[in-house]
Design a protein around this ligand. Structure first.
Ligand SMILES: Cc1cc2nc3c(=O)[nH]c(=O)nc-3n(C[C@H](O)[C@H](O)[C@H](O)COP(=O)(O)O)c2cc1C
Length: 166
């Protein structure tokens, strides 16, 4: 049996789809966010998450500076404009919140901009990071969460977004 193309195979894994936001919600040039698919839980106690982010991302710089970030699962309807803006533009050149006509809220336990229309917000405090090839695996402690517990998130596989059945 011939070997498969490795990058294509990794695209077969289903990934979550979230928007990671970071920075000062009150300063347009110091706030930002990005789409991330490489996110997972890594500890029960304490509750830890890990997200793999390239050092090239403006959001990475904001996470390092403000020592935290917020996660917003993407739901149906958000994938067009929201994913387009947060997943393709750089926050170095654009205030993504203003582009979307969104006034971000202040996070409760960390300094980060919160998307008011997201179904769920999870606030995370930066703990440390590990270099993983061309990305940084950022490990963070979940410190607060609020919103709906019954929404259906989108998952990402083979460059396609689909609504989770549960
Ligand atoms: C579906 C999708 C998933 C993505 N997942 C990641 C990811 O897990 N890690 C990452 O570093 N970039 C990921 N990106 C790329 C960033 O979202 C994108 O480069 C973004 O424009 C960075 O914005 P920033 O420079 O303002 O932080 C993803 C993009 C898309 C569209």
């Amino acid at each position: 049996m011939g070997s498969l193309d490795l990058l294509s195979v990794l695209g077969l894994i289903p990934y979550p789809l979230v928007i990671v936001t970071a920075g000062d919600p009150d300063k347009p040039s110091e706030r930002g966010g990005m789409v991330a698919a490489w996110l997972t839980r890594v500890s029960w106690d304490p509750p830890l998450l890990a997200v793999s982010i390239s050092q090239k991302r403006f959001t990475y710089q904001l996470i390092k500076k403000y020592k935290g970030f917020a996660i917003h699962p993407v739901t149906s309807g958000m994938e067009e404009k929201v994913v387009d803006v947060f997943g393709s533009l750089s926050g170095r050149n654009a205030d993504k919140f203003a582009l979307l006509g969104v006034k971000p809220l202040r996070a409760k336990r960390i300094v980060a901009p919160i998307l008011p229309n997201a179904p769920l917000t999870i606030e995370c405090e930066y703990i440390n990071e590990v270099q993983t090839g061309d990305h940084q695996l950022i490990i963070a402690r979940v410190v607060d969460a609020y919103g709906s517990t019954t929404f259906k998130p989108l998952v990402y596989r083979r460059d396609v977004f689909a609504e989770s059945p549960v």
